[in-house]
Design a binder for this molecule. Structure first.
Ligand code: FAD
Ligand code: N01
Length: 543
């Protein structure tokens, strides 16, 4: 990695510092924001809690961590030179390869000099009198700028459920989203993994190979599709790079910004044999395109059932012990919780050193000094891995005390669930933008193009404000309410909103149940954003 000492920490002035824009977060979103805003000639300071760039890929270093959007698509497209020169090695990039890419981008565009690391933003307050945001950090410093942009990430606030007796446990407790940078050697150890979401499903096969004994505590089983990862075919890479712009443009026309073939319109319109052929072909090809076998899978419960049954049969064919297979086979709608992409996950439960503990009926009672207690039995372990996910989409924003015009608090505004105009801006919070906020496609889509689309829109907007001699932009409440209602109506059409997932906040006790991402599709959403801008920022008050 680059030398993180060569950054904005070196010249940290005392008192209040003025910038044109303050950006919070230095993941893919904050990095690209910095690059684009510099291009407008603006002074920018990025504040990042971590010690280096990368966001998700800086924090999530658990064994087996990798992307499940193909690497040729999970990358920036704003620079043709960058996308031509960077060589991905695998179909799905590992966490470490993505971090090397992030480092390359930071060096290539000389980003670190305007990023202040190891600093957490605690509050952001809009000063009505001066139309400036005052941003406070955990080192007691204050920054001031006309614009504040939250690039704080949708999956950056770890969910760390507190178990009774947690402090009694003698060994280490790791969270996948905050993994030690030096790595963890589980050789010879007895390890517990709590959770069976994507992070768990990626890490369990790798930990099982190293540990003496692995015990998995499962509350709800998840559907996983094989990744069939492997080295990238150089001929395929050459073909994409010969017209990378065209490839990206085609991806933008797909519902999720992720280029793959969507099957026929209806699973129920074809014979059972034809369905099975299609599911099998996609299972063999691997990855997220599996769920796109037919266009109605996420809308018609009967269609959904056919593909869910197919996966359940696969699980029963892979897992030797029928009782374990039964526990691993999900009962709910497939795709309602985010589908997982795995490498040897179900096979891992055939190993002698792996046990599955069902905690759906009887939850973990407590941690003891030497293990995890469920239903009166203590499972003795040396280390615990909490793969319990994130307070998604709103967590990182609500961790900051954000106050808009007249002292309005975001925590009050979002008491009954997040409300935002286009997932980009908030009524009563002038000159504040969010990247991939609630009400935008964000986590339901390929995140890299989603981030670039938001960054481009926000940067263009700030450029427009400057060119027009305007100083204040604020989403109007009626436009925000209409958009929030539309987001909800579209969500209700799909099966995605019907189960308890982090998409609806169900994983966080007390979090209001609202389907947060916009599922109307990337092309429709981008068109709406473009139209709003073309109409002189319709739905915003500019002054
Ligand atoms: P992040 O990468 O989350 O960066 C936000 C940054 O803001 C963090 O570094 C954080 O430290 C910082 N921050 C937050 N609050 C503060 C504060 N108060 N003060 C200072 N700094 C703060 N997406 C896909 O499209 N495909 C995938 O395959 C995929 N795989 C994923 C795998 C994992 C394990 C996880 C957790 C997520 C995955 N995602 C995936 C989603 C991923 O989060 C996005 O793709 C993308 O990396 C988000 O970039 P970002 O810059 O918006 O946010
Ligand atoms: O988190 P999750 P994640 N007691 O919320 C369980 C992205 N991502 O980190 O389902 C016991 O999905 C919880 O159980 P339940 C991707 O978008 C991508 O795995 O609530 N168990 C669940 O099993 C993903 O969706 C990749 O009943 C508890 C698990 O913990 C998102 O990040 C890899 C519990 C949490 O699963 C989040 O994934 C990793 C408790 N108190 C992440 N609390 C790729 O492959 C929670 N659980 C690209």
């Amino acid at each position: 990695m680059g030398d993180t000492n060569q950054n904005a920490n070196e010249a940290r002035p005392a008192g209040i510092s003025d910038f044109d824009v303050v950006v919070v977060g230095a993941g893919f979103a904050g990095m690209y924001l910095l690059h684009r805003l510099r291009g407008l000639g603006l002074s920018v300071r990025v504040i990042e809690a971590g010690s280096d760039v990368g966001g998700t890929w800086y924090w999530n270093r658990y064994p087996g961590a990798r992307c499940d959007v193909e690497s040729m698509q999970y990358s920036y497209q704003f620079s043709e030179e960058l996308q031509q020169e960077w060589e991905w090695t695998e179909r799905y990039a590992t966490q470490s390869e993505i971090l090397r890419y992030v480092d390359h981008v930071a060096e290539r565009f000389d980003l670190r000099r305007d990023i202040q690391f190891d600093t957490r933003v605690t509050a952001a307050t809009f000063d009505d009198a001066t139309s400036r945001w005052v941003i406070e950090t955990d080192d007691g410093a204050r920054l001031r700028a006309p614009y504040c942009i939250m690039a704080t990430g949708c999956l950056s606030s770890p969910n760390k459920p507190q178990f009774e007796g947690q402090e009694d446990f003698a060994g280490p407790i790791y969270h996948t989203g905050n993994w030690p940078h030096e790595g963890v050697d589980f050789t010879g150890q007895r390890v517990a993994v709590i959770g069976t979401g994507s992070s768990a499903i990626q890490s369990i096969p790798v930990i099982a190979e190293q540990a003496a004994q692995l015990t998995v505590f499962q509350r709800t089983p998840n559907y996983a599709v094989p990744a069939h990862n492997g080295p990238l075919d150089p001929a395929k890479v050459r073909e994409i790079k010969a017209d990378y712009a065209g490839f990206r443009a085609r991806a933008k026309q797909t519902p999720t910004g992720n280029l793959f073939e969507v099957g026929g319109p209806s699973a129920m319109a074809v014979s059972a044999e034809e369905r099975a052929r299609e599911y099998e072909a996609r299972w063999q090809a691997g990855g997220l395109p599996f769920l796109a076998a037919f266009a109605d899978i996420m809308f018609d419960p009967e269609a959904n059932q056919t593909i869910a049954d197919f996966v359940r049969d696969k699980i029963r064919a892979i897992v030797d012990d029928p009782a374990v297979a039964d526990l691993l086979a999900p009962k709910n709608i497939i795709g309602c919780k985010r589908i997982c992409v795995d490498t040897g996950y179900y096979e891992t439960f055939n190993r002698d050193n792996v046990a599955l503990v069902d905690i759906s009926e009887t939850p973990i009672a407590r941690f003891t000094a030497d293990g995890v207690s469920v239903d009166g039995r203590v499972y003795e372990v040396d280390a615990i891995v909490s793969a319990t996910g994130f307070d998604a989409m709103t967590g990182a924003l609500l961790n900051i005390d954000i106050r808009g015009a007249g002292g309005a608090a975001l925590r009050d505004k979002w008491r009954d669930g997040p409300k935002a105009y286009l997932g980009l801006a908030l009524a009563s919070f002038p000159n504040l933008f969010m990247v991939t906020g609630p009400g935008s496609p964000s986590v339901i889509s390929n995140m890299l193009p989603a981030i670039e689309q938001h960054v481009n829109w926000i940067t263009d907007c700030i450029g427009y404000m400057r060119d027009q001699g305007l100083g204040r932009i604020e989403a109007q409440i009626d436009a925000e309410e209409a958009w929030v209602a539309h987001v909800g109506e579209v969500a209700d059409l799909s099966l995605r909103s019907t189960c308890s997932s982090w998409y609806v906040g169900a994983n966080i006790p007390g979090k209001p149940r609202v389907y947060m991402p916009y599922i109307g599709g990337v092309p429709v959403y981008a068109q709406k954003c473009n139209q709003v801008a073309a109409d002189g920022y319709e739905g915003f008050a500019l002054s």
